[in-house]
Design a protein around this ligand. Sequence first.
Ligand SMILES: [Zn+2]
Length: 283
Amino acid sequence: MNTWSTVVRSSKFKAVLVSAGCSLALLSACLTTQTTSGGAVGVDRQQFVGMVSSEDMVASSAKAYSQELAKAQQAGKLNNDPQLVARVRNIAKRLIPQTAVFRPDAPSWKWEVNVITSDQVNAWCMAGGKIAFYTGLITKLNLTDDEIAAVMGHEIAHALREHARERVSQQMATSLGVNLISAGLGLGTIGRDLTGMVANVTISLPYGRKHETESDRIGVELAARAGYDPRAAITLWEKMASKAGGSAPELLSTHPAPETRMRDLEDYSARVAPLYQQARRAG
Ligand SMILES: [Zn+2]
């Protein structure tokens, strides 16, 4: 069965498109978009995100984030070491204003940055700027500030590019969307499941190769513009590769292949080196 044409034929789905100002002729234009500008690194790819709105993703992420924090709090794992938390938050404070290059709305997102006490080598950023860093990442890999900025820039890039929304849209367009629509339910019903899906695609499932490469490239630019050495992304992923054992899916991701990733990071950190020099001179 061609699931996509089933979705398109569904009258409910047509109603959604019409209310969103789409005609079927403009279908693909309506459902795909570029979530960011290209920046100096020139990220350029049409993204299929049309099955769920940005607003719904942000609202569901806020809910999923509070749930994660509450879980950590109950387990006594919400880290409150003032020095460590301040260190991570100060790096975020320098990176966040740089997001304007990729999307003007991002600096005014409701950003939150928290540290979770855990042996896991892990970090993530949910839609709308909800960031978590795990102590295992920082201590096991003995990260420098430049390397923390490299991971954070990478994670922020996933949120800027709305990669989670893209993955949720893909999931909906395949199985879940077809099931709900054929069961005669409106797309609004999906809202109840969205919080779980958001947590799942952000925390548990590894991102694919395309998403990783885009985040690597945007990440080095954010770091460079904030005055962090973009070449730290290279040492970071080297450390990650040698200690991959305890890594979470997002950071353990086997795509891109390590050699390809290193070559790409060498290339792109060199391209943004002038931005780094400029930020250092200004700072
Ligand atoms: Zn990633």
